[in-house]
Design a protein around this ligand. Structure first.
Ligand SMILES: Nc1nc2c(ncn2[C@@H]2O[C@H](COP(=O)(O)OP(=O)(O)OP(=O)(O)O)[C@@H](O)[C@H]2O)c(=O)[nH]1
Ligand SMILES: [Mg+2]
Length: 472
């Protein structure tokens, strides 16, 4: 038995009290007997029964075992299974002047002819004259690799930078990005939100002409218009037309322009605590290659050492697309598909779209009513309840204090009143006492006066004639 197994014997055993003296004892015992399950009554699936031990014939005691660990460490497996079933989707936009190899790169990236490559990129004078505005073209395709499905949508923008007046060339592109945000926003506000399709642009590959100088005014204007709405990935187109040194210098100047103009480009995140040293190193190297100098080609060519590769053949040799020493195509592919597709999508959803959404709702005068969400946030609710309780307590305390103060004041008043009464009474009594004392003293004086004057016998009065007898 494993360490985690549960000895359920004592808990599972049920002790019935002994049946006592009534007439139905035997009937009850018969009933109980019929309710007991016999081992032979049960068809146990061997897979299911592996964790259950039957100790006695009548299944009185059942021991249950946990046959493995709890298992949340396998959650990524569940996610993996679900993702495999659901498949992945990526919406890419490609922008750049005509003939810079946009269609070729997309075909090279996904190893599929998503776009026809029309000519050698050098338009005729008539073709150039035809271009009067930027158009938006969308192509979708399901790509399956080792059983993993990827639904890829590529939004091409022919005509960008090809017009005589390119001042507003960014407009249709920005409108397309915003329109996709709006569709998502509208879908989010519907009652049924279970089937929202994410058509937002997850990354924009901006093709820089391989001039070897620096960014043009058109490049800067465009990048500034879109950098807060989409994950920007700048690429140097047709880098096989530049030497290694030229590419190095060109990259430095482009990065300088990007920094100086405060243009935000997508930088792959580095998961220092999750990734191993090797993966971190790969990411660092990938970041160091931005803007990617790329070469696109779906053509198979023969190398001098006899290998068949995707590349471009020149009289002086072969440029291999899938060779890190020849161009940054592999790095770009790694970023887009292998390592950071989910990060691109997450950044689109959580930062770029959220910012757009907030701004848009604020503009339309909608502000979030936090009270609606109050009951869903237990911490906030607890805080509010505590604040209410504290306020009630404080009010109670204040009430009690004022009652006490009133009582003390009343008492004080009463005391003051009775004190005044006492004083008045005292005064009155004192006055009475003094008055009495005065009269007594006067009397005393009079008595003393009478004592000191010589005693004069009152004149003898002739005795009144008394008549005897009954008649008077
Ligand atoms: N030297 C070189 N040529 C390339 C490269 N990528 C594409 N090309 C060629 O450039 C030409 C134009 O390529 P496209 O992929 O059609 O260019 P695009 O940017 O899609 O052009 P539009 O659709 O007109 O906007 C084709 O002849 C390609 O073979 C590259 O990396 N290096
Ligand atoms: Mg094209």
């Amino acid at each position: 038995m494993s360490e985690t197994s549960v000895q359920a014997k004592s808990e599972d055993e049920v002790h019935l009290p002994p049946l006592e003296g009534n007439g139905n004892v035997h009937e009850l015992q018969d009933d109980l007997e019929s309710l007991r399950i016999q081992k032979s009554d049960v068809q146990v699936d061997p897979k299911v029964s592996s964790g259950i031990e039957i100790e006695h014939e009548d299944l009185k005691i059942i021991r249950r075992k946990l046959t493995s660990y709890v298992g949340f460490a396998s959650l990524p497996k569940q996610w993996h299974r679900k993702s495999m079933k659901r498949g992945f989707n990526l919406n890419l936009m490609v922008v750049g002047q005509s003939g810079l190899g946009k269609s070729t790169l997309i075909n090279t990236l996904f190893n599929k002819e998503l776009y026809p490559i029309e000519n050698d990129g050098l338009e005729t004078a008539e073709q150039l004259e035809e271009v009067s505005e930027v158009t938006i073209e969308t192509a979708s395709s399901d790509i399956v690799e080792n059983g993993v499905k990827l639904h890829l949508t590529v939004v091409d923008t022919p005509g960008f930078g090809d017009c005589i007046n390119n001042i507003d060339a960014w407009k249709p592109i920005v409108e397309e990005i915003e329109n996709r945000f709006n569709i998502f926003l509208e879908a989010e506000t519907r009652i049924n939100r279970t089937t929202i399709v994410d058509n937002r642009i997850h990354a924009l590959l901006y093709f820089i002409e391989p001039t070897g100088h620096s960014l043009t005014a058109l490049d800067i204007q465009f990048l500034k218009r879109v950098h807060e709405k989409v994950n920007l990935i700048p690429v140097i187109a047709k880098s096989d037309t530049l030497t290694e040194e030229e590419i190095y210098g060109f990259k430095q100047r482009i990065l300088e322009d990007i920094r100086n103009q405060h243009i935000k480009i997508f930088e792959p995140p580095q998961y220092e605590d999750l990734d191993d040293e090797e993966s971190l190193q790969i990411t660092k190297e990938m970041i160091s290659k931005i803007p990617f100098a790329i070469v696109g080609s779906t053509q198979k060519v023969q190398t001098a050492d006899g290998r068949t590769v995707r590349g471009r053949s020149y009289p002086w040799g072969v440029i291999e697309v899938d060779n890190d020493d020849h161009c940054d195509f592999i790095k770009l592919r790694q970023l887009l598909i292998r390592d950071f597709m989910e990060d691109l999508k997450e950044h689109t959803a959580k930062v770029l779209y959220e910012n757009y959404r907030t701004e848009k709702l604020l503009k339309t005068g909608i502000t979030q009513d936090d009270s609606v969400f109050r009951e869903f946030d237990p911490v906030r609710r607890q805080k509010e309840e505590r604040a209410l309780q504290e306020a009630a307590l404080a009010k109670l305390e204040a009430d009690m204090e004022s009652v006490l103060q009133k009582k003390v004041a009343d008492k004080e008043k009463k005391l003051q009143k009775s004190e005044a009464e006492l004083i008045a009474r005292h005064k009155e009594m004192k006055a009475k006492f003094l008055k009495k004392l005065k009269t007594l003293e006067e009397k005393k004086k009079m008595l003393e006066n009478t004592k000191t004057t010589p005693h004069q016998e009152p004149h003898a009065q002739p005795p009144a004639k008394t008549r005897k007898g009954f008649l008077r």
